[in-house]
Ligand binder design. Structure first.
Ligand SMILES: O=C(O)c1ccccc1N[C@@H]1O[C@H](COP(=O)(O)O)[C@@H](O)[C@H]1O
Length: 216
């Protein structure tokens, strides 16, 4: 199972993610987020991940000029589009940059899952996240889970990562209920918003290990 630790901003937490077995490390490029990093900072941090994990640049309705800079400076392996991007926009981004795209879809009901099917054959992967609470500043990273039972019977024509409110206490249950091809976590391994914690990252990986051992 792929595991993405998202919203990293320090060397020690990038190292903890990689040592724990992260297959993806995510950097947030959204100025309103407490996890926002400058492209040069992400480029420096992601050096440690080269050859060990995929570097994911997370953006929200970013324009071409912003993406041009990110792709040039950070050289990510994948773009995560976490805004209101349409299938046409996803197609255009893939064509312009030649990079795989993971499209986030906010989920609060079955209609949202149906809407996600618009990206079949367009995005390389989906990321199911909870719909942001009313008044939230961020479209993701709010530490809120959605009703995982909505995923039962999902036509899994697209691989997806499960995200939204995951932490060491609930990840075992999440895996048992949804059997996703990937997991994505941000605020569940933080001490305070934007401040990742090495011990919480280690606990998260330990919880995944015991969940997968139980399932085997
Ligand atoms: O984390 C952020 O600040 C963020 C900002 C803008 C778009 C996406 C963001 N994070 C993504 O949100 C999900 C879930 O986060 P959490 O575990 O519930 O805190 C994760 O995919 C991040 O990539």
């Amino acid at each position: 199972m792929d595991i993405k630790i998202c919203g990293l901003s320090t060397e020690d937490t990038v190292a903890a993610a990689l040592n724990g077995g992260a297959t993806h490390v995510g950097f947030i490029f959204f100025p309103r987020s407490p996890r926002h990093v400058a492209p040069q900072q992400a480029a420096a941090l992601s050096g440690a991940a080269k050859g060990r994990a995929q570097v994911v640049a997370v953006t929200v309705d970013a324009d071409d000029a912003t993406l041009d800079t990110l792709v040039r400076v950070v050289e990510p392996d994948m773009l995560q589009l976490h805004g209101e991007e349409t299938p046409e926009r996803v197609r255009a981004v893939k064509q312009r940059f030649g990079l795989p795209v993971m499209k986030a879809q906010a989920i609060s009901n079955l209609a949202d899952l149906t809407a996600a099917q618009r990206f079949a054959g367009v995005a390389d992967r989906l990321l199911f996240d909870a719909k942001a609470p009313k008044g939230a500043v961020l479209p993701g990273g709010n530490g809120v889970a959605f009703d995982w039972t909505l995923l039962a019977g999902l036509d899994a024509s697209l691989p997806y990562m499960l995200s939204g409110g995951l932490n060491a206490s609930n990840v075992g249950d999440a895996v048992a209920r949804t059997n996703p091809s990937g997991l994505d976590i941000s605020s569940g391994v933080e001490r305070t918003p934007g401040i990742k914690d090495v011990a919480l990252i280690e606990s998260f990986f330990a919880a995944i290990r015991s969940a997968t051992q139980r399932a085997a």
